[in-house]
Design a protein around this ligand. Sequence first.
Ligand code: DGT
Ligand code: CA
Length: 573
Amino acid sequence: MKNQEVSRIFRDIATILELKGDNPFRIRAYARAALNIESLSDPIENYIASDTLTSIPGIGADLAEKIKEIVETGRLKYYADLQKEVPRGLVAMLGVPGLGPKTAKAIRDALKIESIEELERAAKAGKLASIEGIREKTQGNILKGIALIKQASARMPLSFAQEVADSFITELKKNKEVGKIEAAGSLRRRKDTVRDIDILISSGQPGKVMGKFVKLPQVKEVLAQGETKSSVISGENNIQVDLRVVSDAQFGSALMYFTGSKEFNIKMRQLAIKHNCKINEYGVFSVSGKKEKWVSGKEEKDIFSFLKMAYIEPELREDRGEVEAALKNSLPDLLELKDIKGDFHVHSRYSDGAAQISEIAQAAQISGYQYIGVCDHSMSLKIANGLSIKEVHQKQEEIRRVNKKSKTRLLFGAEIDIDSDGRLDYPESVLAEFDLVVAAIHTGFKQSRSQLTKRMVKACQNKYVHIIAHPTGKLWGVRDAYEVDLDEVFKAAAEHRVAMEINCHPQRIDLNDINAMRAKKLGVKISLGTDSHILEQLSIMNLGISTARRGWLTKNDVLNCMDLEELMRWLKK
Ligand code: DGT
Ligand code: CA
């Protein structure tokens, strides 16, 4: 699968074009293509095979040819030529979030910087601030940007890691020596980002399994090969994959141990001591004097029942009160995919999505949804093809027509920009016409904490707003969450009955688990939105569900679990 590779090259091209002061629409086209390819769940090779590359939004004939060239030859001539036109250090520098071409050029001219490492050293030594036109604050922001890149290269979004884990597991399962197999670690806990992948296997022939593991075609480098533990680097996404092989009798205890979290494991160990037992990756053992006897651990659920507690879902194992709740049998009944009756955040071809309204209706029906919110960008967001008022009405007409034949109810919606003063991007008369108003911030992320908070609180107070989308603006590897007092926003949302979105996009996951949990505590409803720009993204709903579960949410907390009738009542604010 070459999705990440293609996307990286397109992103670099956008950067170089920006440096050259090229046409902003061309720059944007490459950046957008990079983002869309990255979020595809199918390998880009499949699109080539079925000749459907141009069905991906933002991919026209020209980019389709370039994708083919990358996948088929491993390189792109256009990219290689472009690279010769600009110094290497400059391209690297522009990868630093928040560092624009003008500043990068000034730095390069003054200090001849060739890499991010050199840039970091110079910034730390205070050398940037001595360059004309560069302020102390800019230097600080550059360091923050570098920290963000480092953070992003240390961990990757859950769904990227999941793809790699799935491909290893599929291959490993083909071997008859392999008994049970599961991905453990943060992946099994469905954390939004993952540092490395932990796979666990039960087998009577660990040596053989290891031999096969290190020779899989996905393996780029073998870091260690032992009898029960090996580590490799996957050629795809460059992520580390650890494999451990245990006996069948140990599988449950090993699975619990390697699922973690570490904090949860510590809690469980303390609990075992109260039962005069000890617990580790090999099992649960009763201890009397110096004698130890294996008592449990073949299956994970055996361990929970042995310790007289309810089974704890992996998503909850973070020592956030789940052990105590399991002992009292008061764990929440976590949200599941089958509880979801619709999606509130889908873009159509009217703005920057790929699908026609009728195609969205069809896809929603196949997903078994009762309703789907068709939310396109609002008029000031020109770069994403935001809709003029006239286009809003054309879309309204089309939705009416399609709804007459559709089993799934299309909600006439919009993702409306919240301006720098907290006002919405359409006049009241237009706002009043929508079934569903999703409001979001798309610009002005650098405002002060109090300004941003005020802006969002004001949006919550707007009587037409139903949902605030991606409430913190975080975009993995691109920008951190903006500074905002979420508690203030949640309080306003609760008071004015506005829901907060968990945006399911793998690079967003915004709200995250902890914020979703906090919102629930303050009485706010949560809505899940896939922010789909192509229909196959509808399936990333599962990432939002994982986050909701990690935030202890049940179907009563989530707007998407209302049936259509109840929802329509709720939307009439
Ligand atoms: P990651 O890889 O940073 O995304 O997060 P995890 O949770 O997968 O962490 P990892 O890969 O270091 O270890 C996998 C699990 O193994 C972890 O969740 C709990 C367990 N584990 C690792 N080291 C320790 C330890 O020192 N003590 C205990 N109790 N458990 C550990
Ligand atoms: Ca891990």
